[in-house]
Design a protein. Structure first.
Length: 207
């Protein structure tokens, strides 16, 4: 699949297996989501631009690199909130901008209910955080919002994707890379990923 990057890292596979297990309690589920998010964001940001800087070590001057791009984290409420902390641990200077969407269970279409983005972009790279790429409707709508905001460098980072969601996002926005822990088999009649892990938001928040 073009521009789709399922992780092959053994730690990701190990933690994802525990995440899928229906016996995993919300506290452990949240820990696993945080850890997986950090591992995935490490892979997703391998191509970020840097510029050279010089620092002084206790022994001598050393040439290094500093991030040249300002990064924005865009968690799609509510499940995307569970991914923020793991990413923030690696990039504490990243800005966080929330976009709220829910899926109409009758039409399976996204409904936007919250967006507090400033008038003009304050970041150069946006990382959309959403555990499940199911129908792809929320992801497409979020990218639409970010592109209309004026950001052109956008990546999607999630835990599990369905082929249907990947196809929808790629059809609408082929320039957006998709980084996930795994690509699953299909969607069921209710729009849930199979085998998946159930409702990520419910399992995160114990509801």
């Amino acid at each position: 699949m073009h521009n789709v990057f399922p992780s092959t890292h053994p730690l990701v596979k190990h933690k994802l297996t525990k995440l899928r297990d229906q016996r995993t309690e919300p506290k452990k589920f949240r820990e696993l989501v945080r850890e997986l998010s950090a591992l995935l964001i490490y892979e997703a940001t391998a191509d970020l631009t840097t510029h050279p800087v010089q620092v002084q070590t206790p022994l001598a001057a050393a040439q290094g690199e500093d991030l040249a791009e300002k990064i924005g984290l865009i968690p799609i409420l509510r499940a995307g909130l569970g991914m923020v902390e793991g990413v923030w641990e690696l990039m504490p200077s990243a800005e966080v901008w929330h976009i709220g969407m829910y899926r109409d269970e009758r039409t399976l279409k996204p409904v936007a209910y919250y967006n507090k983005l400033p008038v003009h972009p304050t970041v150069g790279v946006c990382l959309i955080l959403d555990p499940m790429l199911a129908t792809g409707g929320s992801a497409v709508a979020c990218v639409d919002i970010l592109k209309n905001w004026g950001v052109s460098k956008i990546k999607y980072v999630g835990l599990i994707a369905a082929p249907e969601g990947i196809q929808r996002l790629q059809t609408a926005h082929p320039d957006v890379p998709i980084h996930v822990a795994a690509v699953d088999d299909h969607l069921d009649a209710n729009g849930y990923i199979v085998p998946g892990l159930g409702d990520a938001g419910d399992r995160l928040f114990g509801t």
